[in-house]
Design a protein around this ligand. Structure first.
Ligand code: PGA
Length: 251
């Protein structure tokens, strides 16, 4: 059975004390009302990964990083390697978020290397794809997303592919309050699964495909009810424990 996941992407938010509070608040809410049948995951800034891994693992959830270096180790000031992330106890890493693509110039060929680097160190990549508004308006969204998928994932072996999580995040929906409709999400998720099946066959049926982009406690249930939407990658709404845990209960 395909795994369901609700992942929080904290982005560049929270000081150490605030992060600790949020982690404990999420833990308390999950203790009161455990989430059955879905993996809950937080992706805080990398500085807090060890703390997050400790608290998360004691309380039945998991944590991941928001980015990693494509390099193994060495003279890359300011960068964080896959081995370092794995050594904190984190299990996942977001790769290719649209903010990395837009503000840091990350392209699919680099992201392909990052995906491999994560897998080499036992981290589960959460590979993000999604079109910008102009691409949707020009009816190029399927081509754009299909290209992002093939260029960053098609080099993988079947064994490695089986570990990958995909997140579809239409850029026009991220942080804008404008969510994709459940139908738009389903249409693209089904398309992504078809593209993956063209390369990896039946294994694509098992791929977890998350939706991200203004997903919140009010709209998550409708989105997650769609057959190819296996959960969410949550930005803004993951910064409040009540909202985030409510989303995790939306299956
Ligand atoms: P948002 O962000 O939920 O704030 O739109 C989602 C994301 O960027 O992962």
């Amino acid at each position: 059975m395909r795994k369901k996941i609700v992942a929080g992407n904290w982005k560049m938010n929270k000081t150490f004390n605030e992060a600790e509070d949020l982690l404990f608040n999420i833990s308390d809410l999950l203790k009161e009302n455990p989430v059955a049948g879905a993996q809950v995951l937080v992706c805080p800034p990398a500085l807090y990964l060890e703390l997050a891994a400790d608290i998360a693992h004691e309380n039945g959830f998991d944590c991941g990083a928001q980015n990693l270096s494509e390099h193994e180790s060495g003279a890359f000031t300011g960068e964080i390697s896959a081995a370092m992330i794995a050594s904190t106890g984190a299990k996942y890493v977001i790769i290719g978020h649209s903010e990395r693509r837009t503000y840091f110039g990350e392209k699919d060929d680099l992201l392909a290397v990052k995906v491999s680097q994560a897998l080499k160190h036992g981290l589960i990549p959460v590979y993000c794809c999604g079109e910008i508004l102009a691409e949707r308006e020009e009816n190029r969204h399927f081509d754009v997303v299909g290209g992002q998928i093939s260029q960053a994932l098609f080099h993988l072996s079947p064994d490695d592919f089986a570990k990958v999580v995909v997140a579809y995040e239409p850029v026009w929906a991220i942080g804008t309050g404008r969510t994709a409709s459940p139908e738009q999400a389903q249409e693209m998720h089904a398309y992504i699964r078809k593209v993956l099946a063209g390369k990896f066959g039946d294994a694509a049926k098992e791929t977890t495909i998350l939706y991200g982009g203004s997903c919140n406690a009010a709209n998550a249930r409708e989105l997650f009810a769609k057959p190819d939407v296996d959960g969410g990658l949550i930005g803004g709404a993951s910064l409040k424990a009540e909202d985030f845990v409510k989303i995790a209960h939306s299956f």
